[in-house]
Design a protein around this ligand. Sequence first.
Ligand code: FAD
Length: 289
Amino acid sequence: MSNSQVLQFSYEFFPPRTPIMTRRLWRAVGQLERLNPLFFSMTYGALGSAQQISIDTAIAMHEESPVPVAAHLTCAEATRDEIDALARKLHHAGIDRIVALRGDSSVQARPGNAYHSAAELVEGLRKIADFDISVAAYPEVHPQASSAAADLQNLKLKLDAGANRAITQFFFDADCFLRFRDRANRIGIEKPVIPGILPIHNFDKVRTFSQRCGASLPRSYQGLFESVEHDQQAQYRLSVDLAVDLCERLAREGVEQFHLYTLNQTDMCLDISLALGSNVSPLRISSAA
Ligand SMILES: Cc1cc2nc3c(=O)[nH]c(=O)nc-3n(C[C@H](O)[C@H](O)[C@H](O)COP(=O)(O)OP(=O)(O)OC[C@H]3O[C@@H](n4cnc5c(N)ncnc54)[C@H](O)[C@@H]3O)c2cc1C
């Protein structure tokens, strides 16, 4: 990481389901917006009511925060018409950034006239408005991919269909991302591939979640977290240090943008971003009477 390198961050949130979670989300937004991030993103829930909360919260964030907002959209369980209507709603509300995803379906058959993949969704969104579109990438290969090469070709398809960048699934090994970026370059992917960074708020939960997504935890992590098992502050410090080390290693290889999975908890993301050189802006004074 050179002294002149300026690192930029985006932060991902999920839709709050309770009043306490809602308060926590807005606190997080208020704290992280002072770092002048590139954008906030709001994930799209798998269930009906969560989907409505996702869209409503993304629009509220767009209205309340000076930070650009990207709304995630998944197409696995909806018709094209339903997705198109949501995209138009977001566009009319002023949101011009979408994270376009296939999502995971809990139903066997897809609805008729559906988008069957994220690549098809990107093509559809391009016809609706001049959205800035991000898509998902998998340094450790999507669990359903037939091969690493097919997975990478699928990423190229999404970018060639008009996506502006890819954001990766979280990973913990810098080399894994760097090899993935090299392989992407070799097949002609030139658009930015942004590393997704997951701070480890809870080691056991992250271990379980990683197994589900096909992301591997370095062997050394188990011992490191066991050694601070009874000391919450040391656990916190360890998690921040590991994320900062990972980002610094990537920054030395030319990475300048990072997407942080906040899990709607600010402290760790704030400390990681500050350690990597982010500056805090003064508090905004509302012009409202
Ligand atoms: C940054 C990021 C944000 C995310 N946000 C959300 C979110 O908000 N909500 C949510 O529910 N999920 C989210 N996810 C998870 C995502 O929805 C799942 O990983 C899903 O299983 C795949 O979505 P995709 O967009 O990558 O799908 P796609 O790119 O369409 O493909 C996924 C897999 O299927 C294979 N594939 C695609 N098309 C074909 C084909 N025609 N033939 C054969 N194989 C094919 C691909 O190779 C790939 O392995 C996110 C993931 C990431 C990395």
